[in-house]
Design a protein around this ligand. Sequence first.
Ligand SMILES: [Zn+2]
Length: 151
Amino acid sequence: MRRNFLKLFSASVISLILFPYKYLYSATKKIINQNLTEQQKHILFNEGTERPFTSSLLYEKRDGFYHCANCDAKLFSSNTKYDSGTGWPSFTEALPGAFNTKTDYSFGMKRVEYHCAKCGAHHGHVFDDGPGENGMRFCNNGLCLIFKPTN
Ligand SMILES: [Zn+2]
């Protein structure tokens, strides 16, 4: 009995050391859209980034809303989208309550990362060099978004 408990205990300690990420995020992040591609999952759940200038959404100019590719939450309105020249779909503002932010220190840089408030999936980083009044630039992976035109 005691031995089994110890075995179980050490197994969970080992997995905590090996997979802290899994434990930290399993509570808040979950795959809702079962049709996500491997690349989408990598970006949404492992904080990945798509190659710049690869998203077809860069050229999307219609009116509408950008939704989370995982949970379908409405995240951005087309009237806050602009061409930042960075190669990723960029927005000056997110819809109220769409995201939670977290400071990310990877790659030796301090960046503010944002996650979908509804499903916890990673979408991109927000910078303070935007052209709008609030000075914000939401740099979003196109693969994390689904555009739904209003007309
Ligand atoms: Zn979501």
